[in-house]
Design a protein around this ligand. Structure first.
Ligand SMILES: [Zn+2]
Length: 122
């Protein structure tokens, strides 16, 4: 369980790179998202098979796959937006990744995430 949760949560660390790229290096917003990719999921699946499905590899693959699948469903990105090849082909342009995607400053994103736990039903 900790392996699955770790693999499923640490994926979002790549947003920090995009935020630094834009807000601190003053570059055009980019959807680099180096850890989000169907290619990584395929690689995890292949490595799992080669290693004959050890429990920790299956857990990492399941955690990672759950993350990318839910991101694909709920983030409103292009159907191939979570393909690294697609993003490279479109030079990481945010507008090709999603027309709704907005980069938030790291502090604002953190505050927003903390509010999620405190929301009360209306
Ligand atoms: Zn994500």
């Amino acid at each position: 369980m900790p392996v699955a949760v770790g693999a499923g949560v640490l994926v979002d660390a790549d947003h920090l790179v995009d935020q630094i790229w834009h807000f601190y290096m003053h570059k055009r917003p980019a959807a680099i998202l180096a850890l989000h990719g169907w290619e990584w999921l395929a690689a995890l699946g292949i490595v799992s098979a080669v290693l004959e499905f050890p429990w920790w590899m299956v857990a990492a693959t399941f955690g990672y796959g759950s993350h990318v699948i839910t991101d694909q469903i709920f983030n409103g990105v292009h159907r191939w937006g979570y393909s690294i090849a697609f993003r490279v082909h479109h030079r990481f342009r945010v507008e090709r990744f999603s027309d709704r995607w907005r980069l938030k400053r790291p502090v604002d994103a953190l505050i927003n995430e903390l509010r999620v736990g405190r929301r009360t039903p209306q």
